[in-house]
Ligand binder design. Structure first.
Ligand code: MG
Length: 309
């Protein structure tokens, strides 16, 4: 299979840097770089064309199609965009790092993002543990399974507690903060499993891939090689289900800590119960920003309620 991309001079340089480690000499006329990775040969031409050849050509080319400058040049092509979200065949049996986060819709508590590596060898163990969509599992089951997942699989968690969250959310919107967290934990797990490399990475999708990568503009490194996105990611690979369980476990622990500090049980979600508890905290003279994501509308409601206490 052959796939040809047309890229800008800057992108061409970027691709060359990505695929080659030493300056190349003796290249055929018009050739900017040549490289070979398992399953694909890549040739970049001075004209800005980059040719991917081999059985994994499509897959390899697609990762560059998510880059902004490449996209603007060559994809108002809807079919190509759809392809970029298609998973490789036998995806569920591949060695995958999956990532998911919890806490974005909850006023109290942290934003917790986890990535977990699951290969074919570890799959039966996770299946026996009952790893599945964390939303379907009770808290005690989450705790039990998460501990075993963490003992079995390489993983990384970033747990942003409210005080830090409230500072960061002034700088980033919530989706951007999530993207940065996913990128970070994926990179950490890649480091942890090296020199082994995953077949693919699957992000439980919350924005379009191009938006995700736009959000990561200032991050380093940007994890983009073999990254796929799926809503309900847990139904495509156990790694996402495992990540979701680990994230929920760490989030639960933090909720317990925060509840202990607050001297009352902090509920999850963003409903009226939450407003009442927040009002009580304010009434007690507590720093709400230590417990809650202040940019939620609940803050305003809580301030109103507190006046009536
Ligand atoms: Mg999710």
């Amino acid at each position: 299979m052959t796939v040809v991309l047309k890229v800008t001079p800057q992108e061409l340089k970027k691709l060359a840097q990505h695929y080659t480690t030493i300056p190349q000499t003796d290249l055929p006329k018009g050739t900017y770089f040549q490289a070979k990775i398992p399953g694909v040969s890549i040739t970049g031409y001075n004209s800005g064309k980059v040719m991917f050849q081999g059985k994994l050509a499509q897959q390899e080319a697609e990762r560059w199609q998510t880059l902004d400058s490449v996209k603007t040049q060559q994809t108002n092509n809807v079919r190509q965009l759809q392809k970029a979200s298609n998973l490789p065949t036998n995806f569920a049996s591949l060695a995958v790092i999956g990532s998911d986060e919890v806490g974005t819709g909850s006023y109290f508590g942290p934003l917790t993002t986890a990535a977990v590596f699951v290969d074919a060898e570890r799959q039966p163990t996770l299946q026996k543990l009952g790893v599945e969509d964390s939303k379907k599992l009770t808290d005690p089951t989450i705790i039990k399974i998460a501990k075993q997942v963490m003992a079995t699989c390489p993983y990384h968690v970033v747990n942003i507690k409210p005080l830090d969250y409230n500072r960061l959310i002034k700088q980033y919107n919530q989706a951007q903060l999530k993207a940065i967290c996913h990128n970070y934990v994926l990179g950490k797990v890649i480091q942890k499993i090296a020199p082994q490399t995953p077949d693919a990475l699957l992000v439980d999708q919350f924005v379009k891939p191009q938006t995700y990568f736009n959000y990561l503009k200032d991050q380093s490194p940007i994890i983009s090689h073999n990254v796929y996105f799926k809503e309900k990611g847990e139904s495509y690979h156990l790694a996402v289900a495992a990540a979701s369980i680990v994230a929920r476990y760490v989030s639960l622990q933090t909720m317990d800590e925060l509840s202990a500090t607050a001297g009352m049980t902090l509920p999850i979600g963003a409903g009226s119960k939450v407003d009442q508890i927040a009002a009580k905290l304010l009434h007690d003279g507590k720093n709400l920003g230590q417990f809650a994501k202040l940019h939620f509308a609940n803050t305003r409601k809580a301030i109103q309620l507190a006046k009536q206490l």
